[in-house]
Design a protein around this ligand. Structure first.
Ligand SMILES: Nc1nc2c(ncn2[C@@H]2O[C@H](COP(=O)(O)OP(=O)(O)OP(=O)(O)O)[C@@H](O)[C@H]2O)c(=O)[nH]1
Ligand SMILES: [Mg+2]
Length: 313
């Protein structure tokens, strides 16, 4: 089995060499190991250093964002004939000696995706706001998927070839939650193993402002969820409007039955009619989105077979 380790990197010349060097040369069940660095328009010598340490490099001429780089890395690894893909960060925070832990469940045929959980392993240093943010997002992902996830934001993960062929990323910022939601929707199995996490040397390339980051992560989860469960979301919103409309309507009806008049409650009557009509339309939009989801599923199935065919091993 061939393993390709993908490393999205943005201005990481100081650490990328150490990361590549730390990748084990031998892993049980693996016959060949290649490293693929996706240099996302770095202004430093990330590409040069990576090549010096023996990695294959894909270089974007401008910065296109981590999610796009991850996607490009997965496609590149498939083109290189990977049976298993391990994605890791270029900042030397994960310990590459633990790659065999991620790979094993896939080699053994026990899982399609393995996530390295920092919260099950040892964390040398993580600022409190990141710790809380990570745990909050994991709680949200646990609630949505029902999978006992403790670290849905980890950048240290392994994918089987089958999972890599099926997953599509739409976000251009972060891939971490979207891959999990995609896998969940496609009924791929996900497993967590404990991994260690070192202190970052230098500033984060991804998170300049925690509030902006939280907003972008929130929007990514919402838009992914909307994609997978459109009827659930729209019928929930529609039902709330319908309920409010019915309550206002009842108020008008009760008054009309007892006095024969509507006029004192005219604003309530108008509001009730509006809420009932819009609520109904929101449910209809949900139904249309659900129909569109079906056709998206067919398109994704075609994409899967097309990829499989083009990237035949
Ligand atoms: N390709 C690409 N990679 C990026 C970009 N931003 C960050 N990265 C890489 O993604 C990985 C994770 O980024 P970090 O800056 O370490 O973010 P983080 O680990 O969430 O945050 P820290 O806890 O501060 O390290 C690193 O390998 C970065 O080089 C980007 O715009 N494009
Ligand atoms: Mg990091």
């Amino acid at each position: 089995m061939k393993l390709v380790v993908t490393i999205p990197a943005f201005n990481e010349e100081k650490t990328i060499g150490k990361v590549i060097q730390e990748i084990p040369q031998k892993i049980p069940g693996i016959t060949k190991i290649d490293v693929l660095v996706i240099d996302d328009g770095s202004s430093d010598s990330t590409s040069g250093v990576s090549r010096k340490f023996g990695a294959t490099v894909i270089r974007n001429t401008s910065n296109r964002g981590l999610a796009q780089a991850f996607s490009r890395g997965v496609a590149g690894a498939l083109e290189m004939g990977a049976d298993i893909i391990v994605n890791t960060d270029a900042d030397f925070q994960y310990n590459q000696a633990q790659i065999p832990l991620l790979v094993k469940p896939i080699v053994d045929g026990k899982s399609d995706i393995v996530l390295g959980s920092r919260f099950r392993g040892k964390i040398e240093h993580m600022p409190l706001h990141k710790k809380l943010g990570n745990q909050l997002v994991s709680l949200l992902m646990r609630t949505i998927t029902g999978i006992p996830l403790t670290d849905s934001q980890t950048g240290f993960r392994a994918f089987s070839r089958e999972a890599a062929l099926r997953i599509n990323i739409f976000s251009d910022y972060t891939y971490t939650q979207e891959t999990i939601l995609e896998a969940f929707d496609k009924k791929l199995s996900i497993l967590e193993v404990p991994v260690d996490f070192r202190k970052r040397d230098g500033p984060s390339r991804l998170i300049s402002n925690i509030f902006v980051y939280a907003k972008r992560v929130g929007l990514t989860i919402l838009s992914s969820y909307l994609n997978y469960r459109p009827l659930k979301v729209f019928s929930f919103v529609g039902a709330l409007m319908f309920l409010a409309g019915t309550m206002f309507g009842l108020r008008v009806l009760v008054h009309y039955i007892s006095t024969g008049l509507v006029s004192p409650y005219l604003p309530s009557a108008v509001l009730s009619a509006l809420l009932l009509i819009v609520g109904f339309q929101v449910v209809i939009i949900g139904l249309i989105a659900e129909i569109m989801k079906r056709s998206r599923k067919v398109q994704e199935e075609i994409l899967y077979y097309e990829r499989k065919n083009v990237l035949k091993k």
